[in-house]
Design a protein around this ligand. Sequence first.
Ligand SMILES: Nc1ncnc2c1ncn2[C@@H]1O[C@H](COP(=O)(O)OP(=O)(O)OP(=O)(O)O)[C@@H](O)[C@H]1O
Ligand SMILES: [Mg+2]
Length: 697
Amino acid sequence: MKTLMKRSSLAVPSPLGSPLEPGTLVWVKDKDGGQVWVKAEVLSIDGSNVQVRTDDGEVFMLTSADKILRCNEDTWKSKEGLTGVNDLSSLTHLHEPEVLQALHLRFDVDQIYTFCGPILIALNPFKDIPGLYASVNDKKFQDLSKPPPHIYAVASRAFHGLSNAKQSQVVLISGESGAGKTETTKHVLKFLTSQLSENKSKEKGKTSQVGKTPSVHSGTEKKVLSSNPILEAFGNACTVRNNNSSRFGKFIELRFQAAGGHGPSFSNAAIETYLLEKVRVTKIDKQERSYHIFYQACAAAANLDPQDLEGLPMDYFRSAQDFRYLVQSDRFELDGVDDAEEFQIMRKSMEAMDIPPQEQADIFRITAAVLHIGNLTIVEKVAGKFEVDQNNPSFKAVSEIMGIQPAALARALTHKLIAVGSERYDSPLEREQCEARRESFARMIYSYLFNHMVYRINESLSSGRTGSTTSKLSFIGVLDIFGFEHFKVNSFEQLCINFANERLQQMFNHFVFEVEMELYKQEGITCDFSDFPDNQGIIDLIQAKSMSVFTLLDEECRMPKVVIDGRENFTLTAIEPRFGFTFLREWGTNGTEHCRTLHITSPSGNDVHFECRAWGSSEPQLELTGHIEMGGEFGTYTVTSGQATWVVDRWDYWSKSPPQVYLIAFVPIGMAMCAFGGILLWIGFCCHCCTGSFTKE
Ligand SMILES: Nc1ncnc2c1ncn2[C@@H]1O[C@H](COP(=O)(O)OP(=O)(O)OP(=O)(O)O)[C@@H](O)[C@H]1O
Ligand SMILES: [Mg+2]
């Protein structure tokens, strides 16, 4: 994502301060690879050559090609000890090394939050910081003009913004996978729900006083927090970057109703989810896990007292090692996590969401069915004729749980339905096709199950609330997106996830530049913002309406199922000149019926390869599964058309009645410098004393 951002040639104000002279403190790149900024002192200047001595005593000569940035000479000492400034925009010189230095100094003293103008930057401490989240009602967070940098301060602004400005509010949390977005979302919700509860008790204790802050009528706010264990069990998994990685995006809305001059009153809540990574159900990498719920249920079946599980179909679960989908990885347990205990927490959460025991039993039955589908085996009893092994105990389990007659189940997995006019007939499938069908079946069932959980949560969050349509409600929304990731093999879903992050990046760019332009205007400073770092090109490459990766994939879905030998070479003229990507469509060349392949080759020579297969079935009519190849390996996905544009649709929807947006940018500590580049770009031009352009693209 970030590597495709254009390097800016934005005209910025000249650096403050007099020219360099002996004694000036500067930042220079280290001599071992030039990856790290080090502090140095200028010793002498000879034309464009500058001799410096680093803090470590190393002396070397820099030429005009080397970067030299000025140090802030003001000290970092504060009453609390050595710490950086609360707001980066108050730094005299604001550039990459100063930002890194400031955040580092703060991090060392457990100050993980720092403002940069309106944006809160957070570092993941990967440890509990005593007292950091204890004082949810502390008055300092109610100070809207100069609150301390903290997640509660952002939540408090949103909370008061709704009442004071009578405008919807949105908190956008962005960052790479493992940066801490989901934990932060919980803190935002904890703050907001505690404010609502406090108002509720105040309301009960008084009769005439009408508060300006939103009031509340029910315990729904507590349910919002209670829904977390369910969503995380069914939608989170362990990845190499994060033991509890969200594999879906969620947008939580706390909705308020305008109450006739009495300030908005809390009405209900809703959770919208999108882009669940379904491919994880059937394919996981070594060292990763599938969705937590599978391991929780297996652990519960093995370890919990049967009395605690009464009425649940735990006989369908076995050890996690007995399920093919789960043994693709050698990771079954997580440090410090007791899956059986988590199962009980999740069940309590189901009770809190009013999911009755009978329905819970059905949910776990379906969960087990997904695992058993993975154990189904395709056999070739007669040469060239493929069947499902009906002696496999998992076959019986799937048939029983799903209520499908064994013969019908076996046929559905090994035959396709072909419709010609009003006539329909079954045609047998090849082994590979049978296996692909089995995997699609498991993914589809799991995604229905996940959607059902979200539906039930929403039902519970909106229970008892009638008489108002969503459009009349203002809201405080919190967006917890899945983080940007780049694997060796990227599923289609990962492409969509990264695309959603790309859109968010664009949102950041625009937001920061708009705010900054306004500030410059107010102060009468002329500055050319016409060439700001813009990632529109990469967005067009993926999503442009005329021709892009998505339109081409959509076209693959719609194409008639005919086999055409040969290749068709074509170029995306709208895109190629910008990025140098080449597109090649290959039809029916790998010997598999109905197979089409789309190769997209990047300027660096990486081949992104989409392999699309289409076959007929009664439902859905046309399903597209395929592979995206990077470096020779395959991942499998099922296309869910339209979901990837969720973020775009939201912006369009919001643009009619725009909410106030708050941004929280995450910087995982220890992250690669190049990953930092994107964030620095936003920050760098956000201040009045920017000292130059950034080297990271
Ligand atoms: N404020 C915090 N205090 C202490 N630990 C934290 C904090 N935020 C995050 N962590 C730690 O980092 C881990 C990853 O955080 P989290 O799951 O919120 O990441 P994420 O950004 O949502 O990642 P993904 O995009 O993969 O879902 C947490 O499990 C927790 O151990
Ligand atoms: Mg997350």
